[in-house]
Design a protein around this ligand. Structure first.
Ligand code: FAD
Length: 474
């Protein structure tokens, strides 16, 4: 139809990368369409990722608080009378998700983005054909195409996932478990596994993390993840490190896992009530027609782009989980904005040195910039500033003072190169470090900035004092 001609930008994929790009493009006056096959906007993040996981983390945190933390505040509850209604918890989660995905649809209308529900494939440099969810096909012509098709779970061949059966699940299945499993195995000690493991651990599961490497989240600062692991152990997590899963079998209500040491030997058979496979995600570009266009993917399936997110075809761009870089919603959004600004003739840019990463456990883990290992490896002359939450008055008043702030700064210039936080509200606090880094702050700049008392963020200020001088309270 005539309406579907002459777009300035067609965005394929309606996740945080795609929908943010589409809204930005429309705001810049570009005629924009967004194609999404899922039936709702928001992608992995809103539908089966960031948001539903945080809803369950919040719900399970309340339960855990009642059972374990209320007493220290002098609140007396009859714990035997406290129950869990998993169904209601899932309902609340689903309501959050539909509220937010519907909100994006509203934003599309408000900004004049054309929303096409269907699977898009790129039939030529200026044409996308859409297999509509309701049947039929539409061809859309456009000056530019932005690929934001995201990622999917990477299968782990010895442990095939079946979310419908609900015994061996991936993260999507783990968000819909209908009753608290007695014993749960989490295969893969990364962000997603530890968050979902936390949900069910707080609700009463005995959670065992099986990890191939000798440490959790290997890309993060080592000191941080070591202390994080100790914290999780105290909460009842069990860890089988340097271990790989060789075989799995569902036998009635149970799942049998055969494991051995990563280096070989030490075979074991163990039984669980729920197994979560959380070993990684891979770019999703199926049925897009990249080959015919001559658009390359690397050996991990990521679309190759230049520093302006251009593929080998100059008017086709790609951003988010389907290209290189951390698989994070805010990274996808920043790239989307930059790509659209480039298309609109502005200078779009993403600073990859200042992309925060957060693990939403309790306490939270948050990082930005270089790890100590990376600085060592690069031969950078650096200093470390540390401050424990045990010495922060607000954390003490809250009765939640586990963790610490670690700041890494250049020894010669004092410029902040990285910040790593384990502690209550770390995910909010890291924003201060990111902002500082974007402005090229020295640790002294932060240390001389007045922070309200008593707040957790004073711990960040004092870690900065420790970097260039001495903290007051430790
Ligand atoms: P996606 O969100 O994957 O969106 C791509 C969309 O494109 C999908 O909806 C898909 O249906 C659609 N699509 C694909 N191909 C086509 C096609 N050909 N035609 C039409 N539509 C198509 N990140 C964070 O930053 N914070 C978190 O707390 C966090 N928690 C997570 C928890 C879990 C359990 C999971 C799984 C992920 C989490 N992530 C988190 C990662 C985050 O979800 C992703 O990084 C983010 O969604 C990537 O955005 P995207 O737009 O690139 O891709």
């Amino acid at each position: 139809s005539k309406l579907l001609n002459d777009f300035d930008v067609v965005v394929v994929g309606g996740g945080p990368g795609g929908y943010v790009s589409a809204i930005k493009a429309a705001q810049l006056g570009l005629k924009t369409a967004c194609i999404e096959s899922r039936g709702s906007l928001g992608g992995t993040c809103l539908n089966v990722g960031c948001i539903p996981s945080k809803a369950l983390l919040q719900s399970s945190h309340h339960y855990h608080d009642i059972m374990h933390n209320f007493e220290q505040h002098g609140i007396v509850v009859d714990k035997s009378a406290v129950g869990i209604d998993v169904g209601k918890m899932l309902e609340a989660k689903a309501k959050t998700v539909t509220g937010l995905t519907g909100g994006i649809e509203h934003l599309f209308k408000k900004n004049g983005v054309t929303y096409l529900k269907g699977h898009g494939s790129i039939s030529g440099p200026n044409e996308v054909s859409v297999a509509l969810n309701d049947g039929g096909n539409e061809a859309v012509s456009t000056k530019n195409i932005l690929i934001a098709t995201g990622s999917e779970v990477t299968p782990l061949p010895p442990v095939p996932v079946d979310n419908a059966v609900g015994k061996i699940v991936d993260s999507t299945g783990a968000l819909d478990v209908s009753k608290v499993p007695e014993k749960m195995a989490v295969i893969g000690g990364g962000v997603i596994g530890l968050e979902m493991g936390s949900v069910w651990s707080r609700l009463g599961s005995e959670v065992t993390v099986i990890e191939f490497m000798d440490r959790l989240c290997p890309a993060m600062d080592k000191e941080l993840t070591k202390k994080f692991q100790t914290t999780l152990k105290k909460q009842g997590f069990k860890f089988q490190m340097k271990t790989k899963v060789m075989e799995s079998e569902v036998v009635g209500e149970k799942i049998k896992l055969k494991t051995e040491k990563s280096a070989g030997g030490g075979e074991k058979e163990q039984e669980f009530d729920l197994v979560l496979v959380a070993t990684g995600r891979r770019p999703y570009t199926e049925g897009l027609g990249l080959d015919k266009l001559g658009i390359q993917t690397d050996k991990l399936g990521r679309i190759e782009v230049d520093s302006h997110f251009r593929t080998a075809v100059p008017n086709i761009y790609a951003i988010g989980d389907c290209i290189d870089g951390p698989m994070l919603a805010h990274k996808a959004e920043e790239e989307g904005i930059a790509a659209i600004e480039t298309i609109a003739g502005f200078a779009g840019h993403v600073n990859y040195d200042a992309i925060p990463g957060v693990i939403y456990t309790y306490p939270e883990v948050a990082s930005v910039g270089k790890t100590e290992e990376e600085l060592k490896e690069a031969g950078v002359n650096y200093v470390v500033g540390n401050f424990p939450f045990a010495a922060n008055s607000r954390a003490r008043a809250n009765g939640s003072s586990e963790g610490f702030v670690k700041v890494l700064a250049d020894k010669d210039t004092d410029r902040i190169l990285g910040a790593h936080i384990l502690g209550p509200n770390a995910g909010e606090m890291i924003a201060e470090a990111v902002l500082g880094m974007e402005y090229g702050a020295s640790s002294e700049d932060i240390a001389r900035t007045c922070h309200a008392h008593p707040t957790l963020s004073e711990a960040f200020k004092e870690a900065c004092m420790d970097t260039y001088d001495k903290p007051i309270h430790f």
